[in-house]
Design a protein around this ligand. Structure first.
Ligand code: AMP
Length: 538
């Protein structure tokens, strides 16, 4: 027997309408590309999103049409999130750090009709223009900023496009499983693959990710997402902020330690969100300038593992809890979070920091399990590790235009290797391709890297497995110094020696000026592994 309740559809336009009625005066603050601070309210923003939606209809954009964006975190991008999806079109966010061949492949694969571009990124489109088939490019700028010359035939000014449109609209009603946005994920091999989110998955994810036991977002939160709006919908924050009336502070291109520190202090930011490298820079700046980030209560860290030293410094210097999260593009992205919970209430701080290095418990909305190579479920004992599998309403079923399911017996294989404790704490051991297999045992490159960055002279560390005549593979460490303290091979080995097992110690340490990072800030290990594969064989 079915229940007797309404079949009200979960639509992104409904999130915006809720925000207008409940928190119209909540601010959205943007540090613009030009350097000024732009400030307006949810009410102002929604009027402009509606003007945009009306303009799109005039451009004959229909339900299911895909519209690209190459833009940073700013108010115009925020308007696109609602204006495009609101009329049933698909918001396709592209990463401006991609190689030209990848941009070309992605635009063609997605069949973008128009692309909305931040002014500094126009050369990216000009570069591939001959090889893509779009109806026009819309520059996110004022009329006075439009370039005098360009090879692009139909170059439209965003402000002109929306200027004369009505700021009222009757949003169309459609099925909540309709596609709302698209984000490509680039693996280390093969072409990028598209993850096509729906209105339903996007709303459910934003809703459950912000619960008290998760991100704990409300109308008293002032959120500064450094996580880009071109990557997995900025972890769902733009939707969540509208749902719960949180003030948003969007940093644009100004994501260095000094700029973020200033924005935190001027806007009284409570919640920071981003990948660990951004916070290393912020912590360096605050340390050198003796600044305390007094308003900040929570720092959400995901994308890569949060080092223990970072967890401790945020707590002890800034009285901010580091909320360690894990997820991926295919999961909208959030899967687990290490929120402050009842287990931690009476815990000694040092013990709590150890626990916080785990990626935390599954949030409601995402089931997790670990399995062996044959797919058998492994025990949650905190020691046994296996392939981490996930399942839930905001998790991918198949890649965009993919013929086949991406699932294995109804579960998605994340490509991560992890343990799960009996209390449900999940700990990432490594990406399955990065784990170092030595003499039949496994070494976690992530653990070694995060332990190494506790050394006062190390800015960043990267560990890869390279061939070894006796042990198959051994760890090789690359180190970028921060020049704050003496740091040589012996001092690093000495530092590590009482923190990891003796057989985990790297066989060699190579000092480099910088490490290679991918378009989303992750360490790119494939090239290093290839270049140094015989380093220990001579
Ligand atoms: P992406 O789809 O680009 O967001 O990357 C997802 C991948 O990032 C995951 O499969 C993990 O390998 C890695 N990742 C995300 N969060 C964490 C974390 N907290 N600790 C370790 N690895 C992480």
């Amino acid at each position: 027997m079915l229940g007797n309740m309404m079949q009200d559809q979960l639509l992104i336009s409904g999130v915006l309408e809720h925000a207008i009625k409940t928190h119209p005066q909540t601010e959205i603050v943007s540090h613009t590309i030009e350097g000024e601070v732009h400030r307006y309210t949810i009410e102002d923003s929604s009027k402009r999103a509606k003007k945009l939606a009306n303009a799109l209809k005039k451009l004959e954009i229909k339900e299911g049409d895909v519209l690209g964006t190459i833009a940073l975190n700013g108010y115009r991008h925020y308007e696109l999130y609602f204006g495009i999806s609101g009329i049933g079109a698909v918001l396709h966010t592209l990463n401006p750090r991609l190689f030209p061949e990848q941009v070309e492949y992605i635009v063609n694969h997605a069949e973008d009709k128009y692309i909305f571009v931040d002014l500094p990124f126009l050369p990216i489109v000009e570069n591939v223009y001959e090889n893509i088939d779009v109806e026009g490019i819309i520059l996110l700028c004022e009329k006075s900023q439009m370039p005098a010359e360009t090879k692009i035939k139909n170059l439209i000014c965003y402000e002109e496009l929306i200027a004369d449109e009505s700021d009222e609209i009757d949003w169309p009603e459609f099925n909540e499983n309709t596609a709302s946005s698209l984000c490509y994920t680039s693996g280390t091999t093969g072409n990028p693959k598209g993850v096509l989110y729906s209105h339903r998955s996007t709303i459910l994810h934003a809703w459950y990710a912000c619960a008290a036991n998760a991100m704990n977002i409300s109308s008293t939160s002032v959120i500064l997402p450094v996580v880009p709006m071109f990557h997995v919908n900025a972890w769902g924050i733009p939707y969540a902020a509208a749902m719960f009336g949180s003030k948003l502070v969007l940093p644009g291109p100004h994501t260095g330690g000094e700029a973020i520190s200033k924005l935190v202090q001027s806007e009284l930011v409570t919640n920071l969100m981003g990948v660990p490298t951004v916070w290393l820079d912020l912590l360096n700046f605050t340390r050198e300038n003796n600044i305390t980030l007094e308003s900040v209560t929570s720092v959400l860290v995901g994308g890569s593992a949060a080092p223990r030293a970072m967890i401790k410094e945020f707590q002890e210097k800034h009285d901010a809890f580091l909320l360690h999260g894990w997820g991926m593009t295919e999961m909208s992205p959030l899967g687990t979070l290490n929120a402050f919970n009842s287990d931690m209430v009476n815990m000694d701080l040092e013990e709590r920091y150890d626990l916080q290095t785990s990626q935390g418990k599954a949030i409601y909305g995402c089931q997790i399990k670990i399995v062996d190579d044959k797919g058998n479920t492994l025990p949650n004992d905190g020691k046994t590790f296996g392939r981490l599998m996930v399942k839930g309403p905001a998790i991918i079923e198949r890649y965009y235009k993919g013929e086949e399911t991406a699932l294995e017996n109804g579960w998605f294989d994340t490509g991560d290797v992890s343990t799960i404790s009996k209390d449900g704490y999940m700990r990432i051991v490594d990406r399955s391709k990065d784990v170092i297999k030595t003499g039949g045992e496994w070494i976690s490159s992530i653990d070694l890297e995060n332990t190494a960055v506790g050394h006062p002279g190390i800015a960043e560390a990267c560990v890869v497995g390279v061939l070894h005549p006796k042990w198959d593979e051994r760890p090789l460490m690359f180190v970028v110094k921060n020049n704050l303290e003496e740091c040589d091979k012996d001092s690093v080995l000495n530092y590590l020696s009482d923190k990891v097992a003796k057989w985990w110690l790297p066989d060699d340490i190579i000092f480099v000026d910088e490490l290679p990072h991918g378009a989303t800030g992750k360490l790119l290990k494939t090239g290093l592994r290839e270049e140094y594969k015989n380093h220990l064989m001579n």
